[in-house]
Design a protein around this ligand. Structure first.
Ligand SMILES: [Zn+2]
Length: 47
């Protein structure tokens, strides 16, 4: 059994805490930590 891998699409994500824009340039299963506030919650295209 392999668990499904959720990947985030390439695009622009906005930190829900401070509004910092983070750009994802390649498929990833983990969004980067916000450079401004250290948060890891973003609004953007769904995985
Ligand atoms: Zn932030």
């Amino acid at each position: 059994m392999t668990k499904p891998v959720i990947q985030y699409a390439i695009g622009r994500y906005e930190c829900v805490q401070c509004g910092e824009a983070v750009f994802v340039t390649e498929l990833t299963d983990e969004l980067p930590v916000c450079p401004r506030c250290g948060g890891q919650s973003y609004e953007g295209p769904p995985p």
